[in-house]
Write a protein that binds this ligand. Structure first.
Ligand code: CO
Length: 665
């Protein structure tokens, strides 16, 4: 479907030469602006909740505005389409491609993680890229959280093979090992791997104008591909950083339409256009088109902008601790789950130490989650690395790739013992998935096209639910299920972005519910929406009459609205188990080190780690407590016999609660 060299698509060929090197003789230097409104901007500000139908009406205007490319797919959009919006992400791509014929389409690809949170086998990555190209994708921005190029190599190869533009990425972070020389080395390696351009991805918004000038000058001097900048406005520096970066030779910058810019999104396209108008750089955007685009999304915002925007659009603290805003809100909610919110300052102090121990990984999905949770555990356990989630263990084993600096050897020894970390490319160990995946599907009739198989491989549960919903006759389909909360078995770290807006108190389910309510009342001439953070309540008024209130704490939810809102299935609340089996037991036992969920086995289909009557040795895993979305093996304190299981698989458990009665031997 994608025709890469249609003569009609004048701007459709991505740039291949650095604009700054094109010389300044005669005219002004063209500056390319990528529009992120359809991907990163709503991921950062609207929890990725833009629908395909929100885009249709304005697409022609966006296509004619003069953008270099439209970032409109990848990141969290794919996951959220299936999980929350009951949309086929491939349909969105096809729809946009069918209408935006002039401007190349662009996506964010997590290298070997594709669009998920784990490494996938090469065969899946290759087919994903092939089908993305076939459905109209032009530019693939490929990144790896650790800047480990081995995790990007196959993706680059696949994009080139299927005719796309492969953009390499440097995840920007600050540490003793992230020097300009090191970034240049990584960039050179990516160029050798065949990238057509390189993006500096400043997900936390901490790249300063002066550092940008140094970094980009060095890149321009050392690599012969165009440099693009992707900055978040979180700390308020991004506008100045773009100016210095472009003057140093970056030929392209990422912007969003003003109403969806700033804060944890990108700088505004309109602002950058005016700034560069007075320079020798020319960003050929049509101001009238920008005005129309802005009006369109301004009208949409009340329906889609779910969280109240932070009072202060600038986060000055990020300049000090460099921890992305979304990550701090995660830490806060994790500590809340552990009844330990007062320990946040200690965790913020611990986090840079843990990050240093683990070799200074950039803080972006999934490493932000690993470093964050390990820091929380180091503080709560009272002893550093007394508790180690499986994900930290896998990271130290090398299953996510090579850490930027070596992992502290004492920590590695404590976590792995004598086990040797893996040194090769992590995906080399993965068997091809496509030959066997269709055999695993319960109902292959749900699959309509090859793209469905790819969706299923990446997000099996969410894709299956979507396929089942899609298979219903149209009149029987609920508009959007009200209760699409994250399942317990889901992979951890499924946060949408390390740079997501602060949303410490609302779960995805809350957002979903509020979203639905907003969508309904919007059609009823919404007159007032109040989100009160103090008592965590959302109230809605239409025509002066209160029509809905959504408590968003742990109490049962009731929603009063004039029209029936989707009936919701109540989730059994964690702390409200009537039959706590552990009550009263005070004999020797393995106890929960944290508030969390108790599991007997390490995953679906896996046998229980122990059963009653077993004898286990000191250090043998007895059960799992999942806390903060990571899985912690709980080990036997000494050689002992398993007397009785005191909790059921899947039970919510409290810190200190006896889980398994034991008899020391
Ligand atoms: Co971004």
């Amino acid at each position: 479907m994608a025709k890469k060299s249609s003569p009609k698509r004048q701007r459709s060929k991505p740039a291949t030469k650095p604009s700054a090197k094109a010389g300044n003789g005669g005219g002004r230097i063209p500056l390319r602006i990528t529009d992120t409104t359809l991907r990163d901007a709503h991921q950062s500000l609207w929890a990725t909740r833009m629908r395909t139908k929100d885009i249709v009406g304005i697409l022609d205007t966006i296509d004619n505005a003069g953008f270099y490319s439209l970032e409109m797919w990848g990141g969290a959009t794919f996951d959220v389409c299936l999980r929350f919006l009951r949309e086929n992400p491939w349909e969105r791509l096809r729809m946009i491609k069918s209408r935006a014929k002039k401007t190349p389409l662009q996506m964010l690809l997590r290298g070997q993680n594709i669009l998920g949170y784990q490494h996938y086998p090469d065969d899946l990555l290759d087919r994903f890229v092939a089908l993305s190209c076939r459905n109209g994708m032009d530019i693939f921005r490929i990144f790896d959280a650790l800047n480990d190029n081995r995790n990007m190599e196959y993706a680059i190869k696949a994009v080139k093979k299927h005719g796309g533009h492969a953009q390499g990425t440097l995840c920007y972070t600050i540490s003793p090992v992230h020097t300009v020389e090191e970034f240049v080395r990584i960039a050179r390696e990516q160029v050798q791997m065949g990238v057509d351009s390189i993006c500096i991805k400043d997900m936390a918004g901490i790249l300063s104008p002066i550092s940008a000038e140094k970094l980009i000058s060095a890149l321009v001097a050392n690599v012969d591909v165009p440099i693009q900048m992707h900055c978040h406005a979180t700390s308020g520096m991004a506008v100045a950083t773009y100016v210095e970066g472009v003057r140093a030779g970056a030929g392209a910058i990422d912007c969003a339409i003003s109403v969806m810019s700033g804060s944890s999104s990108q700088p505004a396209a309109e602002t950058m256009l005016s700034i560069f108008d007075e320079t020798s750089y020319r960003a050929s955007l049509d101001r009238d088109a920008l005005r129309k685009i802005c009006k369109h999304f301004t009208e949409l915002a009340p329906k889609r902008q779910l969280s109240s925007q932070p009072l202060n659009p600038i986060d000055p603290e990020i300049l000090i601790h460099h921890i992305p805003g979304g990550m701090i809100s995660n830490l806060r909610s994790q500590l809340q789950q552990q009844d330990a919110l007062d320990r946040l300052p200690e965790v913020l102090e611990e986090l840079p130490r843990t990050r240093a121990d683990l070799g200074y990984p950039p803080l972006v999905t999934p490493t932000s989650q690993i470093v964050g949770v390990q820091s929380v555990m180091n503080v709560l356990a009272g002893e550093r690395y007394a508790m180690i989630p499986q994900e930290t263990r896998n990271y130290v084993k090398g299953l996510y790739g090579r850490s930027p600096a070596p992992i502290a050897s004492a920590i590695r020894k404590k976590i792995l013992g004598d086990e040797k970390p893996m040194t090769g490319r992590p995906a080399d160990k993965l068997e091809p998935i496509l030959p066997k995946i269709t055999l695993e599907m319960e109902d292959p009739t749900l699959i309509n096209e090859e793209e469905d198989i790819i969706s299923y491989c990446l997000f099996p549960e969410q894709a299956k639910e979507y396929f089942q919903w899609r298979a219903l006759p149209t009149e029987d389909r609920p508009p959007i299920p009200a209760n699409l909360e994250r399942k317990k078995e889901d992979k951890p770290a499924a946060k949408e972005s390390a740079a997501a807006p602060a949303k410490p108190f609302l779960s995805d389910r809350d957002y979903q519910e509020i979203n639905e309510l907003l969508a309904k009342v919007h059609d009823l001439q919404l007159s007032e929406v109040t989100i009160r953070r103090d008592d965590l309540a959302l109230s809605l008024k239409a025509d002066g009459m209160r029509i809905g209130q959504t408590p968003v704490d742990e109490t049962p939810r009731k929603t009063a609205a004039p029209k029936p809102v989707e009936p919701r299935q109540e989730k059994p609340e964690a702390a409200a188990k009537p039959d706590e089996p552990a009550d009263g037991y005070d004999g020797p036992a393995v106890k929960a080190p944290l508030n969390g969920t108790f599991y007997l086995s390490s995953g679906p289909g896996k046998p229980p780690l122990v059963k009653e009557g077993d004898t286990v040795q000191a250090g043998d895993p007895v059960c799992i407590v999942e806390a903060m979305k990571l899985f912690n093996q709980i080990k036997a304190p000494s050689r002992c016999r398993i007397v009785k299981l005191l909790a059921q698989h899947g039970d919510a458990v409290k810190k200190g609660q006896p889980l398994v009665a034991i008899e020391p031997m």
